[in-house]
Design a protein around this ligand. Structure first.
Ligand code: NAP
Length: 254
């Protein structure tokens, strides 16, 4: 169970190699309460180093399970396998996703659809499966890494933005459906996060770090806050952008 200070004992990371996801796990390791971590990765071999690092940091049980968001037919057995080994999971972090490139998506609509399956359809499938488990155990949190990109799709990355808009709407609705169950969904909307996903891009204003996202998630778990912007003031920037008349929004160089 998550303790009174917001420290979980068990975490399932969907997207087990995600920089932000691992930063969130590392943040919980620091509480010294975390004893179980399950890294759900496409390539379990690539998670072996992180698994060992977490064991060395004092996490007594670190497991790796195979998980591919696009393989929705496999999600049920993965979730069943995890919950068969553990009575309950305190925090599940949905951290998988692909950014892709807008020009490539326009040239390769099949690739764009693949990204939509990974970012949205796969998240719907595994998100519902996890939520059913949280409902049954009567507690637990699902942290969903949405993005400011989903707040209003920009012409320069509307394929990715639309996948995040779908994911965000799904996560908000799922959170509403869980009210009264003891479980909660935290929808996290980072701006530009410096790291592997963005290292080929010019840094955007108000850029942040995986560690800052992790701090915001830890604070939300402790306080129960269900919508989290990182950094916080992005909420007001995005609110302004969202309500800008379309004719003006179109002319922005974004
Ligand atoms: N970085 C940013 O600026 C930023 C901003 C806002 C929101 N976000 C969101 O935050 C989340 C984490 O991003 P990050 O910065 O940590 O990026 P990252 O390090 O590139 O992590 C992305 C994760 O998604 C996994 N993944 C990709 N395709 C998958 C699939 N088909 N099935 C399962 N896992 C798959 C990757 O696994 P592999 O290692 O196997 O590829 C990796 O674990 C993403 O949803 C991203 O959209 C990121």
């Amino acid at each position: 169970m998550i303790d009174a200070l917001g420290a979980p004992q068990s975490v399932l990371l969907l997207g087990g190699t995600s920089e932000i996801g691992l930063a969130i796990v590392d943040r919980f390791v620091e509480t010294r309460r975390l004893h179980t971590v399950i890294l759900a990765s496409r390539d379990p071999d690539r998670s072996a180093t992180d698994a060992q690092r977490l064991r060395d940091a004092g996490v007594s049980a670190v497991e790796i399970v195979e998980f591919d968001s696009a393989e929705v037919g496999e999600h049920r057995s993965m979730v069943e396998e995890v919950w068969a080994r553990h009575d309950d999971i305190d925090v599940t972090v949905l951290a998988f996703g692909v950014l892709g490139d807008q020009a490539n998506f326009e040239a390769d609509p099949e690739g764009a659809a693949d990204a939509a399956i990974v970012n949205y359809a796969g998240a719907v499938s595994v998100g519902l499966l996890v939520a059913n488990r949280l409902r049954a155990q009567g507690h637990g949190r699902l942290v969903v890494l949405s993005s400011v990109a989903g707040e209003r799709a920009r012409k320069s990355n509307f394929v990715y933005g639309s996948t995040k808009a779908g994911l965000d709407a799904f996560a908000v609705g799922l959170g509403d459906s869980l009210v009264g169950s003891g479980a909660k969904v935290h929808v996290v909307r980072p701006g530009f996060v410096k790291g592997r996903m963005t290292d080929h891009l010019e840094e955007a204003p108000m850029a942040t770090t995986p560690r800052a996202v992790a701090e915001a998630v830890a604070a939300a778990i402790a306080s129960g806050k269900e919508e989290v912007w990182v950094p916080g003031p992005l909420r007001f920037v995005m609110s302004g952008l969202r309500h800008l008349p379309r004719a003006m929004f179109r002319r922005l160089p974004i």
